[in-house]
Design a protein around this ligand. Structure first.
Ligand code: TMP
Length: 217
């Protein structure tokens, strides 16, 4: 089973992925937590190119292909082997992020992005996606506090330097995807405090797991 977490900058994915994994582990499932970009050693090198704020000159199509390259490496060496071994893979961002950031927000053709995904990744999609939704004003405020407090975040701030309108398009893109695939997405109100967001996540996961494993295991 392949579960992904998506959301704009500052939506709290890093905190909430822990809630998610705790819940699934308590339900008896063997989980592997990973992320894109950067879920492999080669992917980590791609990640630093993609998120370096000095790389403003990166062409949109080159940016998109680097995300795809990271994904191919990640799927082949981490995700597919773990799924074959019967694990639940929980991934911080996946292909929806490419459609939203490079498609809806940067303006690349979404049909082309979908075609490339089918070619490079065999069209592999998650079974379930949690979308942590909140207004970009709040998310960016949180993200910039982190960047000011910590050098590691400052080295990865290329997307945070984008205008508010860019982040609004990201949010609207995610909500559009969720409307198109309501059976795959659960939309979580991430403007609330971390505990309240965690409660929503465990509630939707409980429903999902029950539907997936009706006999309780
Ligand atoms: P994060 O790992 O801290 O969420 O940062 C990853 C950044 O990369 C975030 O700004 C979203 C962006 N991104 C894309 O633009 N396209 C993608 O396909 C993925 C996976 C992430």
């Amino acid at each position: 089973m392949f579960i992904t977490l998506e959301g704009i900058e500052g939506s709290g994915k890093t905190t909430q992925i822990q809630t998610l994994v705790r819940f699934l582990t308590a339900a008896g499932l063997d989980c592997l937590t990973t992320r894109e970009p950067g879920g492999t050693p080669i992917g980590s090198q791609i990640r630093s190119v993609l998120l370096n704020p000095d790389n403003g000159a990166l062409a949109p199509t080159a940016e998109m292909l680097l995300y795809m390259a990271d994904r191919v490496q990640h799927l082949e060496t981490v995700v597919r082997p773990a799924l074959s071994a019967g694990k639940v893979v929980v991934c911080d961002r996946y292909f929806d992020a490419t459609l939203v950031y490079q498609g809806y927000a940067r303006g690349l053709d979404r049909d082309m992005i979908n075609r490339l995904h089918r070619l490079a990744c065999n069209g592999m999609m998650p079974d379930f996606t949690l979308l942590l939704d909140l207004p970009p004003e709040i998310g960016l405020d949180r993200a910039w506090s982190r960047i000011h407090a910590d050098d590691a975040h400052a080295r990865e701030s290329r997307f945070e330097t984008e205008a508010l309108a860019f982040h609004q398009r990201v949010r609207d893109g995610y909500l559009d995807l969720a409307r198109r695939e309501p059976q795959r997405f659960a939309v979580i109100d991430a403007a609330l405090d971390a505990a309240a967001v965690g409660e929503q996540i465990t509630a939707v996961l409980a429903t999902f797991i029950k539907a997936r494993f009706p006999s309780g295991g």
